[in-house]
Design a binder for this molecule. Structure first.
Ligand SMILES: [Zn+2]
Length: 386
């Protein structure tokens, strides 16, 4: 069997209402002076209040930094670091979507060591140590609570990443209570993103694709496929919400160790240039990339098809199963009310050439794709998606 390395978050707490007793769950880890990092919308909704109340009742001081934006900038990150330093933070809690969690990881790193951010970009450059770190996701999609990656926007639109096991948190807290208020369109887009993480991790050509990632990807697809409709159409369904959180985390563990590929590579130019949310960007190209991959990957897609869509178990033969899987994914996005074509999100047809060129920059993802993608191929995939 091929050698591999599998890293993940040391301690996982899955419990509805867990954030309201955060002091019991994570107080010892965090120390006396807690910096809580979140975004202004969640702060206003009061989503962090139970966590703050729990910590304060147990004698911790809590300083809140609530200025994290979508596609968080280096300026915001450095502001949070300065704030954390000014209050003498002993531990960091990130509470929010992928952006807040990504910022929290680097805040903990920069507060815990004198590391220079410019030395930390890239793979395995960040050395630490970091401050104690607890991540509490409020969307079911990114899996950021179990990935060693943080993406920050530098300058106008350059995205830079730090990838290092050092920024995996000490504890991830999955509390379905925090996701019940999420609007349907965000639930849909983030849920499909999680499914893409599982599909791409399973079929990844990465040399580190491994039996744990494959097993986790399949269970993730089972949970996500069975619960995404209930979570979108009845946001108050806590059973479905919890299952989505768990599925998204399992998909995160899978792709953190068996990285994603061309769906993500082709989604980045859509998000970067046209500011389409990450999950929707992925959904727009998903069926078209999988159809392109099918000649080389149909056997792999056929293996996982019935995990996400149990009715496919009736379909005989790997080619037919693969085709049914791709059609079911396309139908799912439509059924969940998502836009399904690039033109629906106001992308002009003549932007496709530049998007195809831009997607080629994502070689670190494209090398994991089951079928080699040229710029011409990317152009044709976008055309099909338009
Ligand atoms: Zn993603």
């Amino acid at each position: 069997m091929a050698p591999f390395i599998f890293n993940t978050t040391k301690s996982l707490v899955f419990e509805t209402g867990a954030s309201a007793r955060l002091a019991e769950v994570a107080g010892q880890t965090l120390g006396k002076s807690v910096l809580l990092v979140t975004d202004p919308g969640l702060r206003q909704l009061g989503l962090a209040d139970p966590a703050i109340a729990s910590l304060e009742a147990a004698g911790h001081s809590v300083a809140v930094f609530d200025k994290v934006e979508a596609d968080p900038s280096r300026e915001t990150l450095m502001q949070a670091v300065a704030f954390g330093r000014s209050v003498g933070a002993t531990g960091v809690v990130g509470l929010g979507g992928g952006s807040s969690l990504d910022v929290s990881k680097l805040v903990a790193l920069l507060l815990g060591s004198d590391e220079d951010l410019d030395e930390a970009w890239g793979v395995a450059q960040a050395k630490g140590p970091r401050l104690p770190l607890v991540l509490v996701p409020t969307t079911a999609g990114t899996g950021s609570e179990v990935t060693p990656v943080s993406i920050i926007t530098v300058g106008a639109e350059e995205k830079r990443g730090v990838s290092s096991p050092v920024i995996l948190p000490d504890i991830a807290v999955l509390d379905a209570d925090l996701t019940v208020g999420l609007p349907a369109h965000i639930t849909a887009a983030t849920g499909v993103d999680a499914m893409v993480h599982a599909i791409e991790a399973y079929a990844s050509k990465s040399a580190n694709n491994n039996p744990l990632s494959k097993m986790l990807a399949r269970e993730a697809l089972r949970l996500l496929g069975a619960n995404i409709e209930a979570a979108v159409f009845n946001g108050q369904d806590k059973g479905a919400r919890g299952a989505m959180l768990l599925g998204s985390m399992l998909a995160g563990q899978a792709f953190a160790n068996s990285p994603v590929a061309a769906v993500h590579a082709l989604a980045y130019p859509i998000g970067g240039t046209f500011h389409v949310p990450h999950g929707l960007s992925n959904a727009l190209v998903l069926p078209h990339v999988l159809r392109f991959n099918a000649p080389d990957a149909h056997a792999l897609y056929a293996e996982i098809a019935a995990d996400a869509f149990p009715q496919i178990v009736e379909v005989e033969g790997s080619q037919a199963r693969c085709a049914a899987f791709i059609d079911a994914l396309a139908d799912l996005s439509k059924h969940l009310g998502m836009q399904t074509r690039l033109r629906d999100v106001n992308i002009p047809e003549d932007a496709i050439g530049k998007m195809a060129a831009d997607s080629m920059i994502q070689q670190r993802l494209l090398v994991n794709n089951p079928r080699a993608v040229t710029e011409r191929d990317a152009f044709n995939i976008y055309k099909a998606a338009w």
